[in-house]
Write a protein that binds this ligand. Structure first.
Ligand SMILES: Cc1cc2nc3c(=O)[nH]c(=O)nc-3n(C[C@H](O)[C@H](O)[C@H](O)COP(=O)(O)OP(=O)(O)OC[C@H]3O[C@@H](n4cnc5c(N)ncnc54)[C@H](O)[C@@H]3O)c2cc1C
Length: 410
């Protein structure tokens, strides 16, 4: 084996693992780095359920055998394609089962730097080992991109944290907590806090909370199915398009892509969460936090309506469940040289139909490419498209490379 591997995969969440499952079949020589399913283990609260349906929460293997359904069947766990929320703990165990069952060898070390050298990529690992690769696929998800709105960003972490900082909300029992946001993460965190004995309040910019509808019956009449098709990300024709045609989404005008990648499918709570929120604790809608200070160990927030009227809120702690914003500038492991060379769309890597960036041989998959391939990239469901396309491209590229080598040797 040469000292240069064909492919290095950076990231071992649903996208990295799905890609590895596909690459194994190609016979390419690859190495895989990252902490398997780390976001799901280290940045989500205990007691959480997935919002995506069971069938849309499967990682992608080429044989469709290592599905969430197969895992639940083997482990005698409750499962339904539709309508039965998947517990976070089940999903984390499923990721491990997927990795073990397919024999995916992940090296549990982070990549600290990537640079180009003599026509290859040189990866510096956190343990200072160096690895040379012909191609690199970046699948680092969202953990580098936690977003905290400017008015809150000056508060110390003792009084304000991003939602990703918490795996156990029970520690807030007996304290007052203000949760900022109106998406699933905000609403579910607030419900878990309330159920753990915290005095919780939600502050949301929107005039009213939005809730997703119940999943539609699979056996509903054809006319209804045509009117509102059900797909991986939910129901309706727009959602069907996002779910099934990331390849066509990329042909939409740039402004439309950026807008839809950011705004489609959210923020809204899952239907099964509604009863745990409505009427259970105060929700202040139509208000944005415009300033924040700490006083006597508490956070003092000013929440303002679009009309300009303000009120003051006091809390022992503020949780910003305000999501993630992918940005090449925050991918420090890429190194200055590569970050300068990667062309961007709204701060995210601009990629072609093969997920390859403007740096030849450097690919990006997952949430970072939602402004190119659409909202499906923000969800596990998009991993099948990414893994299929990228593994095919990498195999074809390696094949072209070896044919060139043979020709040169004649
Ligand atoms: C609270 C919450 C709930 C969600 N619920 C759902 C849901 O129900 N259904 C759904 O489909 N999606 C959900 N999502 C979206 C979810 O983030 C994505 O679907 C999914 O995690 C994307 O997978 P990924 O592989 O791109 O990234 P991740 O799962 O974030 O994995 C990233 C990987 O990259 C690795 N990594 C990062 N930096 C480096 C580095 N420098 N070197 C090496 N490795 C690195 C990490 O160790 C990790 O292995 C949720 C997100 C959040 C925050």
């Amino acid at each position: 084996m040469s000292d240069v591997v064909d492919v290095a995969i950076v990231g071992a969440g649903p996208y990295g693992l799905s890609l590895a499952a596909h690459l194994r079949e190609t016979g390419l020589d690859y190495r895989h780095f990252g902490m398997p399913m780390r976001l799901w283990q280290a940045a989500m609260p205990k007691g959480m359920f997935l919002k995506s349906q069971g069938f849309a929460s499967a990682l992608a293997d080429p044989g469709h055998r290592h599905t969430l359904e197969a895992f639940c069947r083997q482990q005698s766990l409750p499962y339904a394609s539709y309508g039965l929320p998947v517990p976070l703990g089940t999903f984390v165990r499923y990721g491990q089962w997927f990795q073990d069952g397919l024999g995916l060898d992940v090296e549990e070390v982070l990549v600290a730097g990537i640079a180009t050298r003599d026509g290859h990529f040189e990866l510096t690992l956190a343990n200072l080992d160096r690895v040379l690769a012909r191609r690199v696929v970046v699948a680092v998800g969202v953990e580098h991109f936690a977003y905290v709105p400017a008015p809150l960003s000056g508060l110390p972490s003792s009084v304000c944290t991003h939602s990703s900082a918490h795996t156990d909300l029970a520690g807030f029992r007996g304290r007052t907590v203000t949760v900022i946001g109106a998406g699933q993460s905000a609403l579910e965190s607030a419900a878990l806090l309330h159920e753990s004995g915290a005095a919780v309040q939600v502050v949301a910019r929107k005039a009213a909370l939005a809730w997703n509808g119940e999943p539609l019956a699979l056996d509903r009449p054809l006319r209804q199915r045509l009117k509102e098709p059900e797909a991986g990300l939910g129901s309706g024709w727009n959602t069907w398009f996002y779910s099934n045609h990331p390849d066509l989404f990329r042909h939409l005008p740039r402004g439309t892509r950026i807008h839809r990648a950011r705004t489609a499918l959210g923020p809204a709570g899952a239907c099964w969460l509604r009863g745990r929120v409505d009427g259970q604790f105060p929700v202040l809608t139509g208000h944005s936090v415009t300033s924040a200070q700490t006083r006597d160990g508490q956070a003092r927030l000013t929440a303002t309506t679009s009309g300009g009227s303000s009120r003051e809120l006091l809390a022992d702690h503020v949780i910003a469940a305000t999501g993630y914003r992918a940005d090449v500038a925050r991918m420090e492991f890429l190194g200055d040289q590569i970050r300068r060379q990667v062309q961007t769309v709204a701060g995210t890597p601009a990629v072609g139909r093969d997920y390859q960036s403007s740096v030849p041989g450097l690919y990006f998959i997952g949430p970072a490419v939602a402004p190119t391939f659409g909202p499906v990239m923000r969800f596990v469901f998009g991993s099948r498209h990414a893994a299929t396309v990228v593994s095919r491209q990498l195999a074809a590229a390696a094949d072209r490379g070896s044919r060139r080598t043979v020709a040169a040797g004649r």
